[in-house]
Design a protein around this ligand. Sequence first.
Ligand SMILES: Cc1cc2nc3c(=O)[nH]c(=O)nc-3n(C[C@H](O)[C@H](O)[C@H](O)COP(=O)(O)OP(=O)(O)OC[C@H]3O[C@@H](n4cnc5c(N)ncnc54)[C@H](O)[C@@H]3O)c2cc1C
Length: 317
Amino acid sequence: MGREDRGLREPWSRASLERLATLLEHAECRFAAPMVAHTSFQIGGPADLLVCVTTQADLERALDYCAGERVPWMLLGRGTNVLVRDGGVRGVVLTLGGELGTYRFDGNTATAGAGAPLGALARAAGNRGLAGLEFACGIPGSVGGAVVMNAGAYHGQFSDVVASVTVVGAGQAPCRLDRHELEFGYRWSSLQQGMAVVLEAKCELRPGDPVALGAIMAELDAKRRAKQPVGLPSAGSVFKRPPGHYASHLIEAAGCKGRRRGGAQVSPLHAGFIVNTGNATSQDVLALMAEVQAAVYARSGIMLEPEIKIIGEDLDE
Ligand SMILES: Cc1cc2nc3c(=O)[nH]c(=O)nc-3n(C[C@H](O)[C@H](O)[C@H](O)COP(=O)(O)OP(=O)(O)OC[C@H]3O[C@@H](n4cnc5c(N)ncnc54)[C@H](O)[C@@H]3O)c2cc1C
């Protein structure tokens, strides 16, 4: 069945996407936008409509419109923890830019728009002599993605510093959730349930010495460059760390380090990463993930759980 025929079964149409594009005053809209260009894996078919919203008003308008017209939508941060399937994403993919990607400091508090790059926030905090975000300097995602995923590294995680988060949903005014109203776990937050969009996060930091903080971040950067395939497209660690183990050690022990499927390869440098060696498809990555899970299970009895979010549809759906 062709895409046009399938489109007829949808409760929404291309015309409804075009109407949305005209409603948004300060957004950049692209139809049939290839997700290869918007994900760190550099994999994925087209989104029907990719919208970069730059104001809170446009974001609220887009959410209300999609709810009213029953257009499916999803929020993409910097696309560094996702695998988009080769058939792409139906409906609207929203990203946050402009005023939704800025940050400011007030005393020991950093207030960051969800679209702000996490690494830039960590460095700016360090330069101002504010400690607490050093762990995040090399994490390539956005502040919104860090809250939702509870991003972490080197004994730190976002939940250690977050004081409150402002979220917005269709038909709902923005609402502030204090730390005690949020739940966090390993690479998990209660915000993964439901359809709230993170607008902003406040982080409570501590006074520190800018030179010492800069040195810590330089050391963490060097560690990352030595141990991770930072030069190749990937989505970071593919699997969550099982309690009491490291996924990369289990994968290596199961003989999967360096294993290939099409253009996807278990990194020979860090077995927790799958890298795109040039022309990987989502099918290659998914097949390799399944092979790795089976091999690790056969050797250790542990079933690895994906950390990356797998979105969109297959080419033949
Ligand atoms: C080279 C490399 C190294 C990495 N190292 C680390 C590491 O050390 N530690 C670590 O934890 N992660 C790491 N990652 C993974 C990734 O950077 C983090 O998970 C990051 O927090 C994801 O942020 P993002 O903006 O890219 O989110 P995306 O990948 O765009 O989205 C991830 C999920 O969050 C949701 N989301 C994003 N923004 C919002 C929002 N504003 N509101 C609601 N939902 C939202 C999306 O819908 C999706 O479900 C690495 C990735 C790469 C490529």
